[in-house]
Design a protein around this ligand. Structure first.
Ligand code: ADP
Length: 509
């Protein structure tokens, strides 16, 4: 059969501990999944911002192309309005017209002319393709390879009538395009929320939106700029990135889960301990009832037997009669002590025990107690040795309760002594405490039982004499309660097999 303590342990584990541990493990594994999902959403959003910037640059270029498509003569206006366009070339079979910024000197214009001619020839394949596209109604702008450092060359084809197809070349200063044309857009997209930078060859930052100095940025998310193959756009959220926030939240959640689990485990452990204690207490209570019944039955049986014998008048001598009366008297006393003990215990349990304190000299009180019970000691063959301190101050105590405590201790000393039938009762002043020691030379108490003997209903059940001696298991718990009511305490020093000494410590004040 499963022990009740084990049963409650299993039940608690099944209904509390396991589900919560399972839940925590599930949550923790889910948290990292969530982190990955949020992370990909975040990355996707940043990518779409970069996409829109790329799209915008394309639109700028398309806008220029549209104007030139409408009116090629607009090239000069376009040049004057757009700082980043260095030159516009319009080429057909016979002619190559070059528009450049006004300040360009004649000879360098001629130079530029021939350079672009060369670039045109180098990209002929691409250009022919563009011309074919435009004939079928689709105008495409294409970046061409070019020999001018820091510049980008774009081309698109233009069809004015069914016969002639022109090619337009746009020579753009890359850095100027980035700062003049893309810059304002980057600023407006980034606002205060993002860092957006343009990099050349992955690492060289050529443009960045304005940020306060001292801010750390570590841009890892980059995308190529469609128009300029060597350039990249990079983006990062300002302040706490979503990744940081998600990581922070995950960490907080994990800590909370762990704290919750610890509290839960402690709670389960606490409930388990308590229930186990209650179960043990119940077991002890059952033992108590059987012990008490037993203790009451023995004197009752004796009283019954001796009084019946007396009643029947079968006792020949007066002496024998006196002996019988004595037994009846002793057993009746024992019974009444037992009943008083149980009543007092029950008052304590209900919190109804009252104490009446008076200024008392403990030495005198102890002498009194011993004198009252002398007969009881003699009958059991016990010698009580008194060693009272010369002078101890009077203390406030409830005489009846203290007498009960001392008698309980002496009674125990007698019950748990075998060969040496001697109990020493002594008093002394110990600092600001008055101390009463009750020492016996009996069976002693094992170390493991010492802290438990003051618990209600607790009895030592191992050892021959301890096992046989009758008792209820409430005597020492009453002593403890009485001492607490006096703001004092009871202490135990015991040598297993040699004897025990119980000490009552009363504060002087
Ligand atoms: P009981 O009625 O069983 O004596 P107590 O509360 O007075 O109940 O004592 C609790 C237990 O402590 C006893 O059952 C006994 O095992 C142990 N005990 C108490 N006093 C002594 C003593 N003087 N010597 C040895 N064991 C003792």
């Amino acid at each position: 059969m499963i022990k009740p303590g084990l049963k409650i342990g299993i039940v608690l584990t099944l209904i509390l501990v396991l589900p919560s541990l399972f839940f925590s493990a599930y949550e923790i594994s889910n948290l990292s999944k969530n982190e990955a999902v949020i992370d990909s959403i975040y990355t996707g959003q940043l990518e779409s911002i970069l996409f829109s910037l790329n799209q915008y640059s394309d639109d700028v270029l398309s806008g220029w192309a549209n104007r030139l498509e409408r009116e090629t003569e607009d090239a000069n206006t376009l040049l004057s309005k757009n700082y980043s366009i260095d030159a516009i070339g319009i080429k057909d079979i016979n002619d190559f017209k070059l528009y450049a910024k006004e300040k360009v000197p004649e000879d360098s214009l001629a130079n530029l002319h021939s350079t672009l001619e060369l670039d045109f020839a180098a990209n002929l394949n691409k250009i022919e393709l563009l011309q074919r596209y435009v004939k079928s109604g689709y105008r495409k702008i294409e970046a061409l390879s070019n020999s001018l450092p820091g510049k980008s060359l774009f081309a698109f084809a233009l069809q004015k009538d069914t016969l002639s197809v022109k090619t337009v070349l746009l020579l753009v200063d890359t850095d100027k395009f980035i700062s003049e044309n893309m810059g304002p857009k980057i600023q407006s997209v980034a606002q205060e929320r993002f860092y957006i930078s343009v990099f050349k060859n992955e690492s060289e930052e050529v443009y960045a939106n304005q940020i306060q100095s001292g801010e750390d940025k570590n841009i890892t998310q980059k995308k190529d700029i469609w128009l300029f193959p060597d350039y990249q756009l990079g983006i990062q959220m300002r302040g706490n990135t979503i990744e940081d926030l998600v990581r922070e939240r995950t960490r907080t959640n994990i800590i909370l889960l762990i704290v919750m689990d610890i509290i839960l485990l402690l709670g389960a452990w606490f409930v388990y301990k308590n229930v186990r204690k209650q179960i043990r207490l119940n077991q002890l209570k059952t033992d108590f009832i059987s012990n008490v019944s037993h203790e009451i039955r023995t004197p009752l049986a004796l009283i019954n037997m001796y009084s019946e014998t007396l009643e029947m008048g079968r006792i020949p001598t007066e002496e024998k009669k006196m002996e019988y009366y004595k037994v009846i008297n002793t057993e009746a006393n024992r019974l009444s002590r037992m009943v008083n003990k149980i009543l007092n215990f029950s008052r304590i349990e209900r919190g109804k025990r009252e104490y009446h304190f008076t200024n008392t000299n403990l030495n005198a009180e102890i002498e009194n107690i011993i004198a009252n019970y002398q007969q009881h000691f003699d009958q059991n063959g016990f010698e009580i040795e008194l060693q009272l301190a010369d002078q101890i101050p009077d203390i406030k105590l409830d005489k009846e309760a203290v007498a009960e405590a001392i008698i309980n201790l002496i009674d125990n000393g007698m019950k748990y002594s075998a060969e040496v039938k001697k109990i020493e009762v002594s008093t002394c002043l110990d600092g600001d405490l008055v101390r009463v020691d009750v020492k016996d030379y009996g069976i002693g108490i094992e170390k493991k039982d010492q802290p438990l003997v003051f618990d209600k209903f607790y009895r030592v059940t191992t050892g021959n004499l301890a096992h046989k001696a009758k008792g209820s298991g409430i005597g020492l718990s009453i002593v403890k309660h009485i001492m607490e009511a006096h703001h004092g305490k009871v202490e135990l020093a015991s040598d297993f097999g040699k004897g025990s000494c119980f000490s009552l410590l009363f504060p002087v004040k």
